[in-house]
Design a protein around this ligand. Structure first.
Ligand SMILES: Cc1cc2nc3c(=O)[nH]c(=O)nc-3n(C[C@H](O)[C@H](O)[C@H](O)COP(=O)(O)O)c2cc1C
Length: 475
């Protein structure tokens, strides 16, 4: 599967894509329809006729807004269970595949090239997604490419970008993001603008890898190759040396001046609320736009879960956390990031529980930038993917007085955590709470009550007898 178009063919065949050929307005209407469909756990939407734009300028909302669509993007059967999608992702992720460099003439994203003054962002149907957004967001389901001039490392991140005027975008990469670190460490001291490319409509796995919290130095293009099981085709930009996916629908090339700020936001954000007020954003000076014939603008009408953001982050964050916890010597069985918890809540299954293990889990989460704010630690008899079982364990095993450990910190929290107040957000002050929903290690075995389920509370003999007669009961 080379790119977005082949993926769309697949999800159309499986009934996970709906084409809308009635004209739809870029101004709120496409966003409102998409939000309603997310709220109903519905399909990906292909808006084929956008008001004010020529036929062929289309918008696709929600490429991977359900686990079915993630499975298809990974080449799996649509009804693959989440547990298996996680396992397959974990299996593939370390088999890094170097990208394949292609010539301009072989790159579909170069079918139309606009440079300088011709690179007018209003050529593209950027949607005004939510009522109350600060502007039209061209970059939602995007890949923002930046490069380290010293090491040659290329970073992919997914950051929102809003149309400011014909030749400028405004964005808000958090200060803890690798985009901001690259800008502040490598370009600001030299007073040089940072080259940047904003990619829209690539293979959905490429975008998912851009949302993943990999360490600096990791090439998301190589990880995307691993997860896709084939090299990503890359091509050089027209106005700088950055490499971008050759099959992308749209590439916006430009630079980030270090001495300009432009207003950005508010925006209906990934934790599921509209973010505060208009704030100081980074400026993106557009130098070129290249796009395929009949470009498809990928978007996500971001907001309350479940949508592409919460699904993508669920997969990529959980597997990284599992490996990290294991590296710290914690006997982790599974980690699940329920999409409904928008990466603010994590469930960790451990072989041996107890408050000391819960404290170790907490230490892991607060060691770096802290995007998560809560985790529930459960024993291995709880299926972390089964939120019914997790809530049951949390409600019954977590002692309100002695099973909750909290740590506070400054300078590294996630400014988009809805429960933090304005002062906390300004200085990135936050806290992390770990809920120990395991039985205390010091309890004698006989004090631990068996779970009253068919599986756990009956002897093997009773279970076998009942199951053997099941049909006779008329059940
Ligand atoms: C739809 C979507 C929009 C996002 N927008 C932003 C954003 O505007 N700023 C930001 O700092 N992170 C944003 N994120 C989260 C980042 O993509 C995520 O933290 C990623 O790891 C960033 O890459 P990095 O680790 O290379 O910085 C967004 C995620 C999604 C799914």
């Amino acid at each position: 599967m080379k790119g977005l178009r082949e993926f769309m063919d697949e999800i159309e065949k499986s009934g996970d894509l709906v084409r809308i050929n009635k004209e739809v307005d870029w101004d709120i209407e496409a966003g409102a329809i998409s939000r309603r469909v997310y709220d109903q756990y519905g399909p990906s939407l292909f808006f084929e006729k956008i008001k004010d734009y020529p036929q062929g300028h289309t918008i696709l909302n929600g490429p991977v807004g359900t686990w079915r669509r993630v499975a298809i993007a990974m080449g799996l059967a649509p009804d693959t269970p989440v547990r298996e999608i996680y396992a397959e992702y974990e299996k593939r992720i370390d088999n890094r595949v170097k990208p394949n460099i292609v010539e301009r003439r072989d790159a579909p994203c170069k079918e139309n090239i606009f440079i300088g003054e011709d690179a007018d962002i209003y050529r593209l149907p950027a949607p005004l997604i939510h009522e109350g957004d600060g502007g039209r967001y061209i970059g939602t389901w995007d890949i923002v490419v930046t490069g380290d001039p010293d090491t040659g490392w290329t970073n992919w991140g997914m950051y929102r970008f809003m149309v400011h005027n014909k030749n400028f975008l405004a964005g808000w990469p958090q200060t803890t993001s690798q985009f901001a670190m690259m800008l502040n460490e490598k370009y600001v001291p030299k007073n040089k603008p940072m080259p940047v490319a904003l990619v829209i409509g690539s293979h959905p796995i490429d975008h998912m890898m851009a949302t993943a919290p990999f360490k600096p130095g990791v090439s998301e293009a190589e990880v995307a190759g691993a997860v896709r099981g084939e090299a990503v085709d890359l091509v050089k930009c027209e106005t700088c040396d950055l490499m971008v996916p050759a099959n992308a629908e749209i590439v916006i090339e430009g630079e980030i001046p270090v001495d300009v700020i432009v207003p950005d936001g508010p925006f209906g954000e990934y934790p599921g609320y509209r973010s505060g007020t208009m704030a100081e954003g980074v400026a993106f000076r557009i130098k070129a736009i290249t796009h395929r014939n009949n470009p498809i603008l990928s978007m996500t009408a971001l907001g309350a879960p479940v949508d592409d953001s919460s699904i993508a982050a669920s997969l990529t964050a959980a597997v990284g956390m599992k490996k990290g916890l294991q590296r710290r010597g914690i006997d982790v069985t599974d980690v699940y990031v329920p999409p409904e918890g928008v990466t603010h809540l994590v469930v960790v299954g451990v072989k041996t529980g107890g408050i000391e293990v819960t404290k170790k889990v907490l230490d892991f989460f607060v060691a770096r930038r802290v995007m998560v704010s809560k985790c529930i630690v459960v024993d291995q008899d709880v299926d972390v993917f089964n939120m019914g079982q997790v809530i049951h364990a949390f409600a019954t095993k977590c002692h309100p007085g002695r099973s909750i450990v909290v740590e506070h910190f400054v300078g590294k929290s996630n400014a988009l955590t809805p429960c933090y107040d304005a002062d906390e957000r300004r200085i990135l002050k936050g806290a992390f709470a770990a809920f120990d929903a395991t039985w205390p290690l010091e309890w004698p075995k006989e004090n631990i009550p068996p779970r009253a389920t068919f599986e756990d509370i009956y002897s093997e003999k009773t279970k076998a007898e009942v199951v053997a007669k099941w049909n006779e009961y008329g059940l």
